[in-house]
Design a protein around this ligand. Structure first.
Ligand SMILES: Cc1cc2nc3c(=O)[nH]c(=O)nc-3n(C[C@H](O)[C@H](O)[C@H](O)COP(=O)(O)OP(=O)(O)OC[C@H]3O[C@@H](n4cnc5c(N)ncnc54)[C@H](O)[C@@H]3O)c2cc1C
Length: 447
């Protein structure tokens, strides 16, 4: 009899596994999702708020019908309430279904800070397509918006709103923006840029309360009362693991589902051959620190899905420890990072020598040349982290440096790095080389 794979979650991981299985195996595939929509780009949502992409449904990469035509039994608006691991059944809003293999791809849920008034009408999160539509419906060009949370999503949302001419305040509790991915010196370029765009950036600031009768009217923060029509909360995410936890699967220190290198989940410390997890609900390992982490990236989700699909298809696929390379687009600037930051190094007692440089994205004289900032972090000469901020050429450098870290590159390898050149696209010597030079000088006690 044909074996059944039940997939909980129809997001980046769930639908990629489902389509992979339909292309490469003859499994029966059932997918359950509590969401109304599937196969849309969460990553594109901030740019709909700006108006670059007209409507939220434009982010749907494939309509549900295409999955049904492929033979996937897709249950949208259907929450899985319970997994009976012993009898291999999922208990969902649309019935009880047996499975031979299970994939838990439930993603994460926004953390709502315990602020008085946070549940007033007019306060939103941005996780699903429906969230995006709600926000769009509730804002107009005269709205005053407060974004709580100064990490990637908060920054992209704030930058998108202000570019639409909306009065926007960005509030973060820490002393810098992008605290998870950038060192303070690199983050300051982004913060200055956000301010120059017209965003009021309030770092080191906690929101004391969200005020209003039924609907938000103001936000109290930093000793001020900010008249506010809409609040968007982007202050963190936590893995959505309640169903997995209740079923008895192990949950790790990050709050994510424990997985092995093949993304199999464990129960009482024993990895199960027929149950997998990936994406924002799964705990994986960081390549530099060796510690468990959650990789909150669409790119990571897709790669994990291919590993799960491959293993279900009988391969011996491995998800190696991650470096989580990421880019955030803040108006005209792009902030990229890979590997660890100085803060993470400190937390893990890793001694770091860093090198920095300021160059240009094109030859300095060439029209459109933009400043390009690079910071490289080395531990015992080995590259362990890289950060790049500029208007162009960020993703390419971060991706190259991601490979360099994975290949174990040392400072001398970066000094030997041969780069291509033409004035409209590069400096004759890449700014990465200057940052490596700076680090090498520090290592040799010259600078
Ligand atoms: C606004 C925004 C911008 C982003 N920008 C970027 C970016 O630029 N680059 C990048 O790399 N990443 C970005 N990301 C992150 C990326 O989108 C996610 O990492 C990725 O989508 C996670 O995939 P996932 O499958 O783990 O979770 P999701 O795609 O969130 O899917 C989880 C699924 O599980 C379902 N579910 C949960 N519990 C149940 C249950 N009990 N029963 C049934 N269904 C359930 C949900 O309904 C959903 O369908 C962004 C995310 C957001 C929100």
């Amino acid at each position: 009899m044909t074996k059944k794979v039940a997939i909980i979650g129809a997001g980046a991981v769930g639908m990629t596994v489902a389509t992979y299985l339909k292309r490469h195996t003859d499994y029966d595939v059932l997918v359950f999702s509590s969401d109304t929509h599937t196969a849309y780009s969460q990553c594109g949502m901030p740019f709909v708020l700006e108006g670059i992409i007209s409507e939220f449904p434009d982010l749907i990469v494939r309509p549900p019908d295409t999955f049904i035509e492929m033979g996937i039994d897709l249950h949208l608006n259907t929450e899985v309430r319970h997994i009976d691991a012993k009898s291999q059944k999922v208990i969902s809003d649309s019935g009880v279904f047996e499975y031979d293999h299970l994939v838990i791809a439930t993603g994460s849920t926004p953390v709502i800070p315990p602020i008085p008034g946070i549940h007033l009408s007019g306060v939103f999160t941005l996780q699903t397509l429906s969230d995006g539509m709600d926000i769009k419906f509730n804002i107009n060009d005269n709205s005053r918006v407060v974004v709580i949370g100064a990490d990637g999503i908060g920054i992209e949302v704030a930058a998108s709103l202000v570019r639409r001419g909306i009065n926007t305040t960005l509030i973060g509790t820490l002393a810098q923006v992008l605290p998870l991915t950038l060192d303070p010196d690199m983050a300051s370029f982004i913060e200055q840029h956000l301010i120059s765009m017209g965003i009021r950036v309030m770092t080191c600031t906690s929101v004391d309360s969200v005020n209003g009768k039924q609907r938000v009217e103001s936000v109290s923060a930093g000793g001020e009362t900010l008249p506010t029509d809409v609040v968007i909360v982007t202050s963190g995410l936590k893995p959505l693991t309640s169903v997995a936890r209740k079923a008895g699967y192990d949950i790790g220190t990050t709050g994510g589902i424990v997985t092995d290198e093949g993304l199999r989940v464990s129960m009482d410390g024993e990895f199960q051959d027929n149950v997998y997890s990936g994406g924002e609900c799964a705990q994986v390992f960081d390549l530099i620190t060796g510690s468990p982490v959650i990789s909150r990236l669409g790119s990571a989700a897709r790669r994990m899905a291919r590993v799960i699909g491959g293993n279900l298809a009988g391969k011996d696929a491995v998800y190696p420890p991650t470096l989580s390379p990421g880019v955030v687009v803040a108006g005209h600037l792009v902030a990229g990072s890979v590997g660890i930051t100085s803060h993470t190094a400190k937390v893990h007692d890793i001694n770091i020598i860093s090198g920095s440089s300021k160059g240009y994205s094109r030859a300095g004289y060439y029209p459109g040349a933009m400043p390009l900032f690079v910071k490289l972090l080395f531990s015992k000469k080995k590259l362990v982290g890289a950060q790049v901020v500029s208007s162009e050429g960020v993703k390419e450098r971060i991706d190259a440096l991601s490979l360099a870290i994975r290949m174990g590159a040392e400072v001398d390898d970066l000094l030997d790095w041969e780069t291509s050149y033409s004035p409209p696209v590069a400096m004759v010597i890449d700014p990465v080389t200057f940052a490596a030079d700076d680090a090498k000088n520090k290592m040799e006690g010259i600078a």
